[in-house]
Design a protein around this ligand. Structure first.
Ligand code: PBG
Length: 338
């Protein structure tokens, strides 16, 4: 058959790996990744998380080891989440404001052991709340906004004081970024940044995380079983842009979108509207989906995680939170910088 007279043959740019690499539009470097770490009390203590095979809750010493290993691979940023013992939880989450709680001790120890690392702390009540909510729940079952924001502002000051580089409010209360910014500045922490979970959806994909922290909303009278009065409806996109614009105006340094892959459109639309860095969170359920399918032999795990993280970067994310950060960095060393 004679060759067709085609004016354009896109396949020419896909002919060899060298050419494909030459014209590749998106490269995600390990330095752009944030590794979430789940913390527990004790020493030499590791508890696997059933819903997230391959992830564990680690005592502070083991978390430091894990972080050192990540740093060798090129991942220098860590998001810290304390798994707080049930008996320390209360309806108002006051453990979260205690100066020597697990999270504060972890930040101090990691800051000392890894002076160059970027440490990001979560600002929300849920790890400390016996009811499993990010805010204060009123007796008639409402999650109270302004009362919660006041507590979160104190929490942010505490995290700044122990040495966090960024506080990351993940609670979705109204006005919390502005309140936290003023609270930090007023307490002498003008250099501490805010990564705002600007568009955080009420997502089914957080299930495994809530198992990791034992932080799901409890089944009790006048306690909402979901977080839909503060986290966003997955059906909405314009609302995400509105939330992001508010957080930017209130002083956020980085805007985070969550979950990741279900929100590629949100990341990409936000990319066109803000000059701030955008972060995306490949959440626990996204990790568990890939991991579980791979364990059943139904997916190539490395290919799937690399494709997912690259898609988030392609959509416009500059920074990506991922439980796969170290696996990605290992792949990057072998395949990209070989
Ligand atoms: C809570 C918080 C959640 C996650 C991060 N911070 C869960 C929730 O909102 O219920 C989810 C992260 C993940 O699923 O990996 N403030």
């Amino acid at each position: 058959m004679p060759p067709q007279d085609l004016p354009s043959r896109p396949r020419r740019l896909r002919r060899t790996e060298t050419i494909r690499a030459l014209v590749r539009e998106t490269t995600l470097a390990p330095r752009q990744l944030v590794l979430p770490l789940f913390l527990i009390e004790g020493e030499g203590n590791a508890e696997s998380v059933d819903a997230m095979p391959g992830c564990a809750r680690l005592s502070i010493d083991l978390a430091i080891h894990q972080a050192e290993h990540a740093i060798e691979l090129g991942v220098h940023s860590f998001a810290l989440f304390p798994a707080v013992a049930r008996e320390k939880k209360s309806p108002d989450g006051r453990e979260g404001l205690r100066e020597d709680n697990l999270l504060c001790r972890a930040v101090i120890a990691m800051r000392r052991a890894l002076p160059e690392a970027c440490l990001i702390t979560d600002i929300a009540l849920d790890p400390y709340s016996s009811l499993g909510h990010d805010g204060i729940v009123s007796p008639d079952g409402r999650v109270l906004n302004d009362e919660t924001v006041e507590l979160l502002t104190h929490m942010a000051q505490l995290h700044a004081q122990v040495g966090a580089d960024f506080v990351a409010p993940s609670d979705m209360m109204d006005g919390r970024v502005g309140a936290i910014r003023r609270g930090l500045d007023g307490a002498g922490f003008a250099e501490t940044g805010i990564i705002s979970y600007a568009a955080k959806y009420a997502s089914a994909f957080y299930g495994p995380f809530r198992e990791a922290l034992d932080s799901a909303p409890i089944d009790a009278p006048n306690v909402p079983r979901h977080k839909k009065t503060y986290q966003m409806d997955p059906a909405n996109a314009r609302e995400a842009l509105r939330e992001a614009a508010l957080d930017e105006a209130e002083g956020a340094d980085i805007l985070l979108v969550k979950p990741g892959l279900p929100c590629l459109d949100i990341i990409s639309r936000l990319r066109e509207r803000t000059t701030l860095p955008i972060a995306a969170y490949q959440v626990s359920g996204e990790y568990a989906m890939i991991r579980s399918a791979a364990e059943l032999g139904r997916l190539d795990e490395t290919a799937a995680l690399v494709e997912s993280l690259t898609a988030l970067a392609r959509a416009g994310a500059d920074v990506i939170f991922s439980y796969y950060a170290m696996e990605y960095a290992g792949w990057y060393r072998l395949e990209v910088t070989k």
